[in-house]
Design a protein around this ligand. Structure first.
Ligand code: HEC
Length: 641
């Protein structure tokens, strides 16, 4: 090794070795280094990651730009050298030079040209039994038939509440497994199943779908979509499930299509391209059916996309309207982006919206602006990122907006489920929207006008002195990411995240999976390139003192009534029921039933895999079931019969 090269390597590694820091630059990049890196990679890494880094599943695809543990040279060196505790990723026996060469090879995987994609359904296995088309009336009033589960959050108000009461605080400890549906998927399942007439419709990664007998778990049909190999989901090959209307099921896809399947056969009825996946657009959330349209948006907030909410005609998949979440030139809010920064402004959509039929407004939370951590290149408030948008359901016209985090630099997406609540507020009945935001504050808004009514921190937060009377946060100076790092509560994961909350109108409590954690945020250069990760820095999680909790908030004040603390990070949604229980999950794979009145643990069971989905409930032959995705399957529970 030439002396200057050696010196460079020593200098680069010195801080790593001495301080144990996760920074540094790769001294190896020549073709020869890459070839040597590939040789070593094939020997040490192929078994889990595949020859070209193409294997996904638990090992995370290396042939992608998303890095769960950081994408700087230093962070990746650290991961390859030390492994990831608690996972199959082993620490390496390779010496430092070899690790850098392996990393030089891994870098080439990130930039592979994107393959052309196509899609095709596979054969029908068996037809599902005939059933009545799902009507607009049923979607408006799911509570009239609580044995079904017709939408991602259970109703238009996004309550994820089941009125079913057979399983109760008194008998939940006797819950038994009824069946498991397994398909050997290695990726996490984030979908909420739908159940209509004793048929369960569920999606699993990447974009496969099934109709199952909801009593037995037997398969009626299977749909598999052939995807291009290089789609760009930021955070796994995620799909959160179907929407349903009439005899059609709707799903968004990783290559940014919206598709409609026939309920009886799983046959593809239509598909419409929403946007170009090669530019970083992708589809992950369950769509929302409103009258004759299906509403959906594109994810890709880490890829500098320009977000939007679309409405497609249910009958033929043609687009009726598009409402951009980042305003273009001449539109209101465009001047909140410096220069051309709006073009890669993010504000993606990756969770299902809510709907108020009386106001005919739909509510959509938007993601972070792009790039995530470097706000210097996009000075201004960056509307409508980290906001809720109230859109006219017929036209897509924006009625009002509220921005939770102006000029976000901490990745505090505001996609969290918007819960619609009708209650008396300060002496008069009001139509409210409540949400526990990723930025650590709990908000109450008037959902007719967007008026800000109240906000309160619900986890430890250090970035805002308060949310002022005008609804704007009073930001603490020095909390922006910096080249040397700045530590802030909550972490980039947020005080709450996409994990669904649940609202019980009878008790006036909103149950929310929450997280106490901080991150140290680093800024770095940010240059937009289509289809490439656009982050402008990185963050490190500070895990001391971290814990997850399911909390019950009094819906108007946001005051905590109780908390169920866990020493892991919950990543599952919760569901309250008419039986007085709250179903949720801990970060270590335990399904939980809590007493809705006081948070006491009534029952738990280890499902042997990560639980990263929301629970739901339905009736099978008149008997209550609780279902949730965990590990590589769907688990269904009921009382002894
Ligand atoms: C025994 C299986 C196994 C082997 C061998 C293995 N890995 Fe991994 N690797 C994993 C798993 C599992 C993960 C995901 C860890 C997690 O859940 O965070 C992972 C994660 C990673 C990550 C982090 C990705 C991210 O999202 O941040 C990198 C980088 C990586 N591996 C590189 C390598 C390299 C290079 C080698 C060979 C020197 C290697 N791995 C060998 C299983 C393996």
């Amino acid at each position: 090794m030439p002396l200057n090269r050696l010196l460079l390597a020593v200098l680069t590694l010195l801080p790593l070795v001495v301080l144990g820091q996760t920074r540094g630059r790769n001294p190896y990049s020549s073709e020869k280094d890459v070839a040597e890196g590939r040789r070593l990679y094939l020997l040490s890494c192929r078994s889990c990651h595949g020859a070209d880094g193409e294997l996904g599943g638990n090992a995370t695809r290396l042939a992608s730009k998303f890095r769960r543990h950081g994408s700087s040279d230093g962070e990746m060196f650290h991961v390859i050298n030390n492994g990831v505790a608690g996972t199959a990723m082993p620490g390496s026996h390779l010496d430092e030079d070899s690790i850098w060469k392996v990393l030089a090879y891994v870098r080439t995987l990130e930039n592979r040209p994107v393959d052309e994609g196509h899609s095709a359904p596979i054969e029908v296995v068996r037809q599902a039994p005939a059933s009545e088309p799902v009507s607009a009336e049923q979607l408006l009033h799911p509570e009239r038939n609580p044995g079904q589960w017709l939408s991602y959050s259970g109703n238009y108000q996004s309550h994820r509440f089941s009125p079913l009461a057979q399983i109760s605080a008194a008998n939940v400890s006797g819950l038994q497994l009824k069946w498991i549906f397994q398909r050997g998927v290695k990726e996490k399942i984030e979908a909420t199943p739908l159940v209509v007439d004793n048929i369960m419709y569920v999606t699993i990664p990447p974009n496969d779908a099934y109709a199952l007998n909801a009593e037995s778990g037997d398969i009626y049909w299977e749909y598999k979509r052939n995807l291009p190999t290089k789609t760009a989901p930021c955070c796994g090959q995620v799909n959160r499930g179907f929407a349903i209307s009439g005899n059609l099921l709707f799903m968004t896809t990783l290559d940014a299509y919206i598709i409609a399947l026939d309920r009886r056969t799983g046959r593809l009825v239509w598909e419409t391209k929403m946007a170009d996946y090669k530019e970083g657009y992708t589809g992950t959330h369950a769509p929302l059916v409103v009258k004759d349209k299906v509403l959906v948006g594109a994810a890709g907030g880490e890829y500098g996309i320009r977000g939007f909410v679309d409405a497609y005609r249910i009958s033929d998949g043609s687009r009726v309207w598009r409402s951009y979440t980042v305003p273009g030139p001449g539109e209101f809010g465009n001047d909140t982006w410096e220069g051309d920064s709006w073009k890669s402004g993010g504000a993606a959509i990756w969770l299902t919206g809510s709907y108020d039929p009386d106001l005919n407004l739909t509510y959509w939370g938007t993601s972070n602006p792009g790039p995530d951590w470097n706000g210097e290149v996009r000075k201004g408030d960056n509307l409508f990122s980290c906001s809720v948008l109230a859109l006219d359901a017929d036209t897509g016209k924006r009625r009002w907006h509220y921005q939770f985090t102006p000029h976000d630099t901490h990745d505090w997406d505001a996609v969290q489920i918007m819960v619609l609540v009708d209650r008396e507020y300060e002496g008069r009945p009001r139509k409210l929207l409540v949400t526990a935001n990723r930025n650590g504050f709990y908000y109450v808004l008037d959902r007719g006008t967007g008026e800000f009514l109240h906000a309160k921190a619900f986890v430890k937060q250090t970035w805002a002195k308060e949310i002022g009377r005008d609804g704007r946060p009073v930001v603490v100076p020095g909390t922006d990411p910096s080249p040397t790092g700045s530590r802030v509560w909550p972490s980039s994961t947020g005080g709450a995240n996409w994990w669904s909350p649940s609202y019980s109108d009878a008790s006036g409590l909103l149950f929310v999976p929450t997280l106490e954690r901080s991150s140290t945020f680093f800024s770095d250069v940010a240059a937009y390139r289509p289809g490439m990760l656009f982050e402008g820095g990185f963050r490190r999680f500070d895990d001391a003192g971290t814990y997850g909790a399911i909390r019950a908030f009094e819906v108007l004040s946001g005051n905590t009534r109780w908390e169920y603390k866990m020493d892991s990070i919950t990543r599952a949604g919760v569901m309250a029921t008419g039986g007085g229980i709250v179903v949720g999950a801990s970060g270590d794979g335990r399904l939980l039933a809590l007493d809705a009145a006081n948070g006491k643990e009534l029952w738990k069971v280890n499902l042997g895999g990560a639980i990263m989905a929301g629970p739901m409930s339905y009736l099978s032959k008149g008997r209550q079931r609780i279902a949730i995705a965990a590990g590589s399957g769907i688990f269904v529970f009921g009382l002894p019969e």
